[in-house]
Write a protein that binds this ligand. Structure first.
Ligand SMILES: NC(=O)c1ccc[n+]([C@@H]2O[C@H](COP(=O)([O-])OP(=O)(O)OC[C@H]3O[C@@H](n4cnc5c(N)ncnc54)[C@H](OP(=O)(O)O)[C@@H]3O)[C@@H](O)[C@H]2O)c1
Length: 244
């Protein structure tokens, strides 16, 4: 079996290091790629085709892991050649996923939850063809959500609406605690019900949110756009808070 990659960044490299089987070979192309990516590809013993079209034709599983901005263009160019499975792992919205499905009859909608280089990344998939990917469970924790392409993308937005809104609330509450000189006690008392790792996880969440508040705000705007018409009181409040 051949697994082909369009995009050879952290996601593709980590998948290669996780999927170790004599029955599976990997391929990609250097067509139009940066020197950095070309050098990275040389570090791996994988097939290198002249064009991505060739990669798409040859692969049993074609993985698109490039960037949210390139995802549609890549699908439009190469989706039609993927006769096996087209697995999109880009961090994209449900609308983008539906757009991509127009060009890729064999689409499986995928998401890596958490960082790909974490100890145990989990791969969520949806779409009728997901069943054909479950053998990857020998190498990576893979979970099928449903037969509907787009469910994984919606789930990603739901997760994001929860974590980002919670982060905004954490920023506010911990700031109040600080003003009253009770920051340590605030985390201690919450750890009693929220678990021992609450302080560590909260501080990491707060720092992460503050250091990329522009991107987080954009992601909240995306959530509001997608779920327009639903009750989004808390998400809107979080956006207001992060936009300050
Ligand atoms: N890293 C994570 O933990 C993680 C987790 C979940 C989802 N994702 C998503 O997975 C995707 C890939 O992430 P990553 O971390 O692997 O990215 P990355 O390390 O930044 O690498 C991106 C790779 O895609 C290539 N690329 C960009 N546009 C391309 C195009 N039009 N055609 C072919 N190759 C193209 C880049 O090549 P050049 O160097 O030539 O530009 C580079 O090799 C993103 O959509 C990201 O949002 C990442």
């Amino acid at each position: 079996m051949i697994i082909g990659f369009i995009g050879f960044g952290k996601v593709s490299q980590n998948l290669i290091s996780l999927i170790k089987s004599d029955d599976i070979t990997f391929m990609t192309s250097v067509e139009g790629r940066s020197q950095r990516t070309i050098e990275k590809i040389k570090d791996y013993e994988i097939g290198v085709a002249d064009t991505f079209k060739e990669v798409a034709i040859e692969s049993d599983i074609l993985i698109s892991a490039n960037s949210p901005k390139s995802a549609i263009e890549v699908a439009e160019k190469y989706g039609k050649y993927a006769k096996g499975i087209y697995l999109d792992l880009n961090n994209i919205s449900p609308d983008t996923t539906f757009e991509i499905s127009k060009f890729t009859p064999n689409l499986v909608d995928g998401a890596i939850i958490g960082k790909i280089d974490s100890a145990h990344p989990i791969l969520y998939v949806s779409g009728e063809l997901s069943d054909k990917l479950m053998f990857l469970g020998k190498f990576i924790d893979i979970r099928k959500i449903s037969d509907n392409v787009g469910d994984v993308a919606i789930l990603k937005l739901l997760r994001s609406s929860y974590t980002k809104t919670l982060s905004a609330l954490l920023i506010e509450s911990s700031e109040l605690a600080k003003q009253h000189n009770l920051e340590n006690e605030f985390f201690d008392i919450l750890s009693l019900t929220e678990g021992d790792e609450f302080r560590e996880k909260s501080l990491s969440r707060i720092n992460n949110t503050l250091s990329s508040s522009k991107r987080k705000s954009e992601e909240l705007e995306e959530i509001i756009d997608y779920f327009e018409g639903s009750d989004l009181t808390m998400v809107r409040a979080a956006l207001k808070k992060l936009s300050r």
